[in-house]
Design a protein around this ligand. Structure first.
Ligand code: C2E
Ligand code: MG
Ligand code: MG
Length: 587
């Protein structure tokens, strides 16, 4: 037996790392994509060669991401020129394969497609792995000058840039759809899956069960053991929930310690009982925090489509009401009951208070500057709503959801718009961004009202920008409303981009003129951690796409000058954040 040389071990390990790098790009066996096709078409024209490929060298095959002129989509690695290219330095050139020691016996030289000439430039990742090549193939002998080789290397770099962007986009959409901590689908993906499940149930006549599961006294665990332990526990909980449900069921994380289950194919209550039993069994065993055993209890509220409601929000609301009742009863699970249709007293009280807030003039607008990334000149302000209660200030994050579900957001939104326009009219601020909720946009007279307020005040519409977020962008009919808004001369911005609700498709399809990049992306930037580096790459990807679509970007939540410097480098157009000014009332 031959001794195994340490060199061979190194090589095998190196190849393993290379293959792992290739897998991270998630490109193998994906359908053709225009950006890659364009590159090979361009190369064929520029070099006047009949064939060109973007080749990825897999474990035992070469696979073509883009292919001009060849009939096959992959071939064995052992007979590929490209697998030789990637183990050499620089561009590999074969002016005449029939004269080449090694290649002249290759089946693709002796037979179809009768390769005579070849030039390949490696596709090199930022950390130095060669994933494959950008190559040219001819059926006649051909020389490749230094200049040709440099040009081909540039083609390879362009292909690599596209691969990197594609991966960044993939990460963005993955982040947009999944919860970072547990890896479970997030509420956005959950909503989409719920809509689909209900649609399927409409056809099949089966039922869909929504289960809202909230951990009992989770705060206590956080307070006692710390947040890191709390996070780990949430991951364990996620794992057990997944194990206790069928693979076709969905387990998603809504927020904090709140999970949601989606059970499909439910024929009767027996099916539901089976699931709750399995959940109980799986939580009957303690969880481990360090070497400390803790028992985790939960409250689960169930609602059934279409029996309890046909409307998505109502369905979730019912599950929430049932969960609340389970919680008050000390845990366990309960199903939705009709009389729970009314909200818990707590919410009713808050709603009444919010109603009065309008009358009592407890609502205020604060203004935060938006600055030009390079000159730092203030270009506009964003109007941010505050509820100043006698007991203290309430964050819009706390009362806007309530205002939305109750419909109170409509009069509140009108008040905000009126205040904003009055401020512009007074000349104290030049341009204003106003946040608008999906519920407002859904009002049939939204555009009419906007037109009326603008006309009546005489404020030029170009001084107003409407910011729209999240779910509003998922509704296709909103595109038409946004167009109408644009027709008035009012621009629109996609707010909180990347936060999970907005999607890349929205960006390409919607009439928006500005993209605001969510604070969750900018916050980690500047940290010397994997998360910090990744965030910067993601923002770079978002900015690249936005710029390609001709859209300026606003990076939100900038707190440090280091963040500002990095974000300027990746090409953000405008900045907003505490570094440049906090939201403040007008003096
Ligand atoms: P948004 O539109 O994304 O507004 C930016 C939020 O980020 C504001 O939170 C702002 O105070 C905060 N922020 C800005 N710079 C920084 C920073 O450097 N660091 C940190 N930590 N935070 C920063 P705020 O005022 O609490 O508003 C929260 C959300 O409530 C807004 O997010 C917006 O979606 C909504 N909202 C606010 N006013 C209105 C309104 O009049 N109508 C509607 N429908 N929604 C509103
Ligand atoms: Mg906003
Ligand atoms: Mg925002």
């Amino acid at each position: 037996m031959d001794p195994i040389e340490p060199k061979d071990v190194d090589l095998a390990h190196e190849e393993e790392l290379r293959l792992a790098a290739l897998r991270r790009y998630g490109i193998l066996d994906t359908p053709p994509e225009a950006q890659f096709d364009h590159l090979v078409e361009l190369a064929v024209r520029v070099f006047d060669m009949p064939m060109s490929q973007i080749t990825l060298v897999d474990e035992d095959r070469q696979w073509f991401k883009a292919n001009y002129g060849l009939a096959t989509s992959e071939g064995p690695r052992s007979e590929s020129f490209c697998s030789v290219t990637i183990v050499q330095d620089g561009v590999m050139v074969v002016p005449d394969a029939t004269q080449h020691e090694q290649f002249r016996t290759y089946p693709n030289v002796l037979g179809e497609p009768h390769i005579r000439s070849y030039a390949g430039a490696p596709l090199i990742t930022p950390d130095g792995y060669k994933l494959g090549t950008f190559c040219l193939i001819g059926t006649e002998p051909r020389e490749f000058s230094e200049k040709d080789q440099d040009l081909l290397a540039s083609f390879a770099q362009m292909a690599m840039a596209e691969l990197k962007l594609r991966q960044a986009l993939y990460d963005v959409s993955h982040m947009a759809m999944n919860d970072a901590l547990t890896g479970l689908p997030n509420r956005v993906q959950f909503r989409q899956q719920l809509i689909e499940a209900c649609r399927r149930a409409d056809v099949s006549g089966e039922k869909v069960v929504v289960g809202l599961l909230d951990l009992d006294r989770f705060k206590l665990i956080n307070d006692t053991f710390g947040h890191l332990a709390g996070d780990n526990l949430l991951k364990d909980v996620a794992r057990r929930l997944k194990e206790a449900t069928a693979t076709s069921d969905v387990v998603a994380r809504m927020s904090g310690d709140e999970f949601v289950l989606l059970l499909t194919d439910v024929r009767s209550v027996v099916d539901i009982a089976l699931v709750t039993k399995r959940l109980q069994d799986s939580f009957a065993l303690p969880f481990l925090i360090g070497d400390q055993e803790v028992f985790v209890h939960w409250s689960l509220g169930l609602s059934v489509y279409p029996d309890d409601a046909r409307e998505l929000d109502a369905l979730l609301g019912h599950a929430d009401a049932a969960m609340y009742r389970a919680k008050q009863a000390g845990g366990g699970h309960t199903a939705f009951q009709r009389q729970e249709d009314q909200r818990s007293t707590l919410q009713v009280e808050r709603l009444t208070a919010l109603h009065r807030a309008l009358e009592r003039e407890e609502l205020r607008l604060y203004f935060q500057p938006v600055v030009h990334a390079e000159s730092r000149a203030v270009v506009a302000h964003e109007a941010l709503l505050r509820w100043v209660r006698p007991s203290g200030m309430v964050s819009p994050l706390d009362f806007i959801p309530l205002a939305e579900t109750s419909g109170l957001i409509v009069p509140i939104g009108r008040w905000v718009l009126r205040q904003a326009v009055d401020t512009l009219k007074s000349g104290r601020l030049q341009r204003l961004s106003v946040n608008v909720s999906a519920v407002e946009i859904r009002q049939p007279d939204f555009v009419e009202h906007l037109r009326w307020v603008l006309t009546e005040s005489g404020v030029e519409s170009r001084r107003v920008l409407l910011e729209l977020t999240e779910s509003s962008m998922l509704e296709p009919r909103f595109a038409a409303v946004l167009k109408e808004i644009n027709t008035l001369g009012v621009r629109t911005a996609l707010d909180d981009f990347g936060n999970g609700y907005s999607s890349l498709t929205a960006l390409t399809n919607l009439p928006v003129q500005v993209v605001k990049i969510d604070r969750s992306f900018t916050a980690p930037i500047g940290e010397d951690t994997p998360a910090g580096h990744k965030a910067l790459e993601l923002v770079r990807g978002i900015v690249t796409i936005a710029t390609a679509l001709g859209l300026p970007t606003v990076a939100e939540g900038i707190e440090t000058s280091e963040q500002a410097a990095l974000l300027l480098k990746v090409g953000c157009t405008y900045f907003q954040g505490y570094l440049f000014g906090r939201p403040e009332p007008l003096a």
